[in-house]
Design a protein around this ligand. Structure first.
Ligand code: AMP
Ligand code: MG
Length: 402
């Protein structure tokens, strides 16, 4: 039986090197960048106004107050997208809007609310307050300097970063190609949801969960029909899926029972098993193997075990395959509101809910078939074997947001 860290290291080492493809920024959110990016421009690209108002020379309005305004001659107007052709000379001002380029000669913007224009003399603007040089001016390069880093290779592109790249004028980026990952569920008891249920049968719940988890790593899930517990059929189903996909995630049939055909079927089609037991709860039976450069992740059938082992061992591999540097689940500090006990001999990843204040509590019964305590969970706490963490303990919550 492998320790969790050893299993993770072996899975990550087996993940193929990422291959890159060029995509439009419109399709790039959530994808893994495979090239470092530097700013081809300053941001802001030019000095511009942060307000609707008037470009002035700060020295002209030094004495301005509401009771003793300074009058300036209106020399022109610059809408966003235009450039003022002249120069703001002493005693004049130029009408600006948010984003309008600063006209040369001016060094500050007085916002419209601090000015007054008599409709009968619209060529004169009364300035009601002083302005400091640089006031209400967004300076060229104050956000990003030409040539400075915009993003690193290995980063998952956040929506905010997409905005930064677009503002810098980038239209396309290189990202890791997305592996196509087949999803198979084994078990002669399984019935498609929506169909009538025969005695002794249960509804299949792992494929929609695993497909959704695969999609959230950026990989492309492909679901296959249910597989009955029988060697020839399981071998055929695996062979077919491996022909169409880069990796396969299966659920069920990896334990020690005589109805567990996943491992023999995989070996029968030429696969080599790397390991199949990990010292974690839930999820001890977890088969990992390779076939012609493709990967098999054989997850346990119990729905919570499948979910947890996916997040702990499959998600990192699929992210690394796309080039991601950081493949761990987001870790947030929290404080236990109640004790968490693990009376077992394996470390237990306990389903918890962490609230906005960082208070952490168990979501209920922790057996690996209990889905209600998964439905309400938003994280896991790793409780060592034979340990009770008392209420008030500082813990790390491994989080997901889906
Ligand atoms: P197994 O790992 O095949 O021994 O299955 C362990 C338990 O998980 C059994 O109670 C199965 O009925 C259940 N199970 C296996 N696969 C699924 C599935 N795809 N959906 C729902 N339950 C499953
Ligand atoms: Mg089974």
């Amino acid at each position: 039986m492998l320790e969790f860290e050893e299993a993770l290291a072996r899975v990550l080492a087996a993940a193929p090197q990422p291959t890159s493809e060029s995509v439009s920024l419109h399709d790039a959110a959530g994808r893994v960048l495979t090239e470092p990016l530097r700013a081809p421009v300053d941001l802001p690209i030019f000095d511009n106004s942060s307000m609707d108002g008037y470009a002035v020379r700060a020295t002209d309005v030094r004495s301005a107050t509401p009771t003793s305004p300074v009058g300036l001659r209106l020399a022109g107007k610059v809408a966003a997208g235009q450039v003022f052709p002249g120069e703001v000379s002493s005693g004049t001002c130029v009408r600006l809007f948010t984003g309008s380029p600063m006209p040369s000669g001016a060094d500050a913007v007085v916002m419209q609310e601090d000015t007054r224009v008599d409709p009968k003399a619209p060529e004169e603007v009364l300035i009601l307050t002083e302005a400091q040089p640089g006031e209400n001016v967004r300076l060229q390069g104050e956000d990003v300097r030409l040539g400075s880093p915009l993003a690193e290779a290995g980063q998952v592109l956040s929506v905010g970063r997409i905005g930064l790249l677009a503002a810098a004028g980038l239209a396309r980026v290189h990202v890791g190609r997305q592996p196509v990952v087949g999803v198979l569920a084994t078990g002669s008891e399984l019935t498609e949801p929506g169909r009538p249920l025969q005695p002794g049968r249960v509804y299949e719940s792992n494929r929609p969960v695993l497909a959704a988890l695969i999609a959230r790593t950026g990989a492309i899930p492909q679901a296959f029909p249910l597989v009955v517990d029988e060697l020839a059929g399981t071998s055929l189903a695996l062979a077919k899926a491996f022909n169409q996909c880069d990796a396969i995630v299966t659920s069920g049939g990896v334990s020690v029972g005589e109805m567990d055909f996943l491992k023999p079927a995989f070996e029968r089609i030429g696969g080599s098993l790397e390991f199949w037991k990990v010292a974690i709860k839930p999820g001890r039976p977890f088969a990992f193997g390779r076939l012609r450069g493709k990967l098999l992740f054989g997850l346990p059938g119990n729905p919570v075990s499948a979910f947890v082992t996916f997040l702990l061992l499959v998600r990192p591999a699929l992210l690394r395959w796309q080039g991601a540097t950081d493949v761990s689940l987001p870790a947030h500090p929290g404080i236990l509101s109640e004790p968490l006990s693990n009376h077992g001999v394996r470390r237990h990843f306990v389903r918890v809910k962490v609230d906005a204040a960082g208070q952490v509590r168990s979501t209920g019964i922790q057996a690996s078939h209990v889905l209600s305590s998964l439905a309400t969970a938003n994280g896991l706490v790793d409780v060592p074997a034979d340990t009770t963490l008392p209420a008030g303990s500082a813990v790390t919550v491994l989080r997901w947001e889906y």
